[in-house]
Write a protein that binds this ligand. Structure first.
Ligand SMILES: Nc1ncnc2c1ncn2[C@@H]1O[C@H](COP(=O)(O)OP(=O)(O)OP(=O)(O)O)[C@@H](O)[C@H]1O
Length: 473
């Protein structure tokens, strides 16, 4: 059992976390200040400290710099996040937060070795209240071999070896890389490996999911803004591109970047200069750009949805991450590792991986790729009796349930207006059905609007429910 120390004041939302973690089998102690924790406990007895930024000071942070700790902040800001990472935090999580985020980050922090404070990887989403910082996975010069479980990208199939070879060659250069692949294939992992194997590995890797940022905020998030540049711009702010200076900027879902922001990005690539929104002068930046998309950008160019000049700037080196169904034996290899991870997460004994279970895994087509496999295995672990794995508990959708949705769109059977038609469906089922039947003719923004949610929520629910995206425009 893991021992975790929560350090926060009486009114902190972090107190909730105690309950969530205890329920999931962690042993949790609480202290009100770092000094109190040091006075009454042996900090080495705790594998992880969860600390509210409110109770920290430079001196107290120095006292825990050798421990593994996560900072939670009720008033998050990009600069604050960078500072905490520099002082040794493994992660930076804005408050309030939800149990899933906390559990995921806690487990990842426990699984990763403590990093040096020099290299930080910053995974950033929309606004300052939505920034997460992640410890760099492998900043040492001897990074784990690609394909091994330690590298994060498990794979030993011929198609993956082709990818690993290309990845290693590309990583050493400063070339812009476009990573292509279906949703859930591991494009983000590939981007991280490029950074970790590059000369920039000791500087920041900043990951931005363009699909998760509201369109009206993208430009100021990426490029920063001057004071008064728009309503709400009460002070000048650097954008995420500046935060990636001398490091790597990973723009996931680049196909979702609005045209205006595409023009600004092009300027950064052409001139190596960045101009904040509302600014008249530019500053130099040195970034390596890695982008990813599941979309056919060339088709988007033909439809006027993506700038041709930017496309050719991005398309210097292309890496294609194969779909899971093309990886043969890798499916079992990945399944076994993910199964262990899910057991650890849910504090369950690792069950026997039977032939019948493997057969079910191998026969499915995995349109949502590794993410779908990850979710299915988690379901199987939760639903199956302890120590046993039942294939039926993977709750796999048949091929028909994916194609029916697609056909409905093609025949025009699907309406643009939401319909609550299917009796007995849960809200998640309805959401999934709606997205699958409409995504072929709607942009992410239109989909989100029809569902009455933000683009970010749409993206998050896609991840949670493992809903694959359309492959082409
Ligand atoms: N080869 C692999 N071995 C182990 N885990 C993997 C592998 N590939 C992907 N994963 C896991 O699958 C999940 C999805 O991966 P990732 O987010 O990198 O995919 P993606 O292609 O970027 O997805 P999207 O297109 O939706 O952004 C992650 O939890 C990742 O850790």
């Amino acid at each position: 059992m893991y021992h975790v120390m929560v350090i926060c004041g009486d009114n902190s939302p972090l107190k909730e976390v105690d309950r969530w973690l205890s329920r999931n089998g962690f042993h949790v102690n609480i202290s009100q200040t770092i000094e109190q924790a040091i006075k009454y406990y042996e900090l080495d007895d705790f594998e992880l400290l969860l600390v509210d930024a409110e109770v920290t000071s430079d001196e107290s942070l120095a006292k825990i710099s050798q421990q593994t700790f996560i900072i939670f902040d009720q008033r998050p800001s990009l600069n604050g996040a960078i500072e905490y990472m520099a002082k040794g935090a493994s992660y930076f999580i804005p408050l309030p937060t939800d149990p899933d985020t906390v559990l995921t980050q806690v487990i990842e922090a426990l699984e990763k070795p403590k990093r040096s404070t020099k290299s930080a990887e910053l995974i950033a989403e929309p606004s300052s209240s939505d920034i997460s910082l992640f410890a760099n996975q492998s900043s040492s010069s001897n990074s784990p071999a690609l394909g091994s479980p330690e590298s994060g990208i498990i794979g030993n199939s011929p198609v993956m070896h082709v990818l690993f070879d290309e990845l290693q060659k590309v990583a050493k250069t400063n070339a812009t890389v476009l990573i292509h692949g279906e949703s859930g294939t591991g494009k983000e992992l590939v981007a991280k490996s490029i950074h970790n194997l590059s000369k920039r590995k000791n500087n920041a890797l900043i990951s931005v999911n363009c699909a998760a940022i509201p369109e009206n905020l993208i430009e100021s998030e990426l490029f920063g803004h001057e004071k008064g540049a728009f309503t709400g711009a009460v002070s000048a702010r650097d954008g995420l591109i500046v935060a990636a200076d001398n490091g790597t900027l990973f723009l996931d879902e680049i196909g979702e970047l609005p045209l205006e922001a595409q023009a600004r990005l092009l300027r950064v690539l052409q001139e190596g200069e960045i101009r904040r929104v509302g600014a008249v002068t530019s500053t130099q930046v040195n970034i390596r750009l890695v982008t990813a998309t599941h979309r056919n950008l060339l088709q988007m160019v033909q439809k006027g949805m993506f700038r041709e000049d930017l496309y050719y700037r991005l398309y210097v080196m292309e890496l294609t991450v194969p779909a899971l169904r093309e990886r043969g034996e890798d499916i079992s290899l990945i399944a076994k590792t993910l199964l262990e991870k899910a057991c650890k997460k849910h504090d369950k004994p690792i069950p026997q991986y039977t032939k019948a279970f493997d057969k079910a895994i191998r026969e499915h087509s995995w349109p949502g790729n590794v993410r779908e496999l990850e979710n299915a295995l988690e379901r199987a672990i939760i639903l199956s009796p302890e120590g046993k794995l039942e294939a039926s508990n993977l709750k796999l959708k048949t091929k028909d349930s994916y194609t029916t949705a697609t056909k409905a769109t093609q025949t025009g059977a699907a309406d643009s207006a939401p319909q609550f038609a299917i009796e007995g469906t849960t809200l998640d089922d309805y959401f999934k059905h709606f997205v699958l039947t409409h995504q072929h003719k709607m942009t992410e923004t239109q989909l989100a609007q029809s569902l009455g949610i933000s683009r970010k929520s749409l993206w998050e629910r896609r991840q949670k429910l493992g809903i694959p995206r359309k492959v082409t425009e």
